[in-house]
Design a protein around this ligand. Structure first.
Ligand code: SF4
Length: 320
């Protein structure tokens, strides 16, 4: 018998410790054997896209110079990142006329702005417009110069599209979808069709097929959906098909995240668009063996880690 107390010999103490260790090993292996581990598949196209990362680097550089830095609208469409930057001193404004022009820097966000905005006040700006958006702006200006009626497939309320309309001028029109494209009357027989960079590629094709039915003499179509958007959409949909639940993480005000969520919802009804771990309800995980994660182009990578941690905590609690 392995007794305790002051009478125990060194051997009994060693034996007691060994027994204790054996017991602990037994308990641990038992727990591991029963532990639930949800399979998580994260899209390789996650976190910031190159254009967003570039804009944030420029903003950081401007803030370091110690001037008052303003951003014309949110620098990117992600509330967490905008909050982080506001703590560092970045002020978001909606109207450039409100800026006192001395000793300040004004950032043009990654999705660009309309030239009209800058005409309202002559002020030096730091342009963080993504080069791919800049390319579309140039295409639009070129078509305008050549007298084309420019059709933009996208969301007229989105800042990028507002900027493109500002560049295309009056001889242009925005259509959101196939239905609006069908209803559109052409203002000119020479037509150019382009797309918002973060639009859905299938929607763009639908719009094109409707425009192609109209009475034109010339139709030029440019698929200007950016490569990152296309690849994100493809990979997220492919993952969504294979998992029990799909999380699409990103700002509710982010056009590309919302579109990604929509594309995933089409193939997996258990798709949830969440902004951060705080929106993750345990009900979404209950009885689910595989979880997929994709993010919009303006979602910080830390948002993915936050979700994974919550899933693992749920696993450690035995799925409760
Ligand atoms: S989604 Fe594409 S176009 Fe938009 S900022 Fe990112 S890389 Fe640029």
């Amino acid at each position: 018998m392995l007794g305790g107390g002051s009478n125990s010999t060194p051997w009994t103490r060693i034996a007691r410790n060994m027994n204790l260790r054996i017991f602990l090993i037994f308990v641990n292996s038992n727990l591991i054997g029963k532990m639930r581990k949800t399979k998580i598949i994260v899209s390789s196209r996650s976190g910031f896209c190159f254009g967003v990362q570039r804009a944030l680097n420029i903003a950081k550089g401007a803030l370091k110079k110690g001037k008052t830095v303003y951003s014309l609208g949110p620098i990117i469409h992600n509330p967490q990142v905008v909050r982080d930057f506001s703590k560092k001193g970045l002020k978001v404004i909606s109207d450039i006329r409100k800026v006192n022009s001395k000793g300040v820097a004004v950032l043009i966000p990654s999705h660009g702005i309309s030239p009209d905005v800058l005409r309202k006040k002559r002020i030096a700006c730091i342009d963080t417009t993504c080069p791919l958006v800049g390319r579309v702006q140039k295409i639009v200006q070129d078509f305008k110069r050549k007298g084309y009626f420019v059709i933009i497939a996208g969301d007229r309320k989105h800042p990028e599209v507002k900027g493109l309309v500002g560049m295309a001028g009056k001889n242009s029109h925005v259509v959101k979808n196939k239905k609006q494209a069908r209803a559109l009357g052409l203002k000119s027989k020479k037509v150019a069709l382009i797309s918002q960079t973060t639009a859905s590629i299938s929607n763009f094709k639908d719009v094109l097929s409707e425009i192609a039915k109209k009475d034109f003499t010339e139709l030029v179509s440019f698929n200007t959906v950016c490569k990152d958007t296309i690849q994100r959409q493809k990979e997220a949909s492919s993952i969504a098909k294979r998992v029990d639940t799909m999380f699409v993480i990103g700002g509710k005000n982010s056009a590309n995240t919302s579109r990604l969520a929509k594309a995933c919802k089409k193939v997996n009804d258990n798709t949830y668009h969440i902004e951060s771990g705080e929106n993750l309800k345990m009900d979404y995980l209950r009885n689910k063996k595989t979880i997929g994660i994709a993010t919009g182009a303006s979602t910080p990578p830390r948002a993915i880690n936050e979700i994974i941690k919550r899933i693992r905590r749920f696993d450690a609690n035995g799925g409760k």
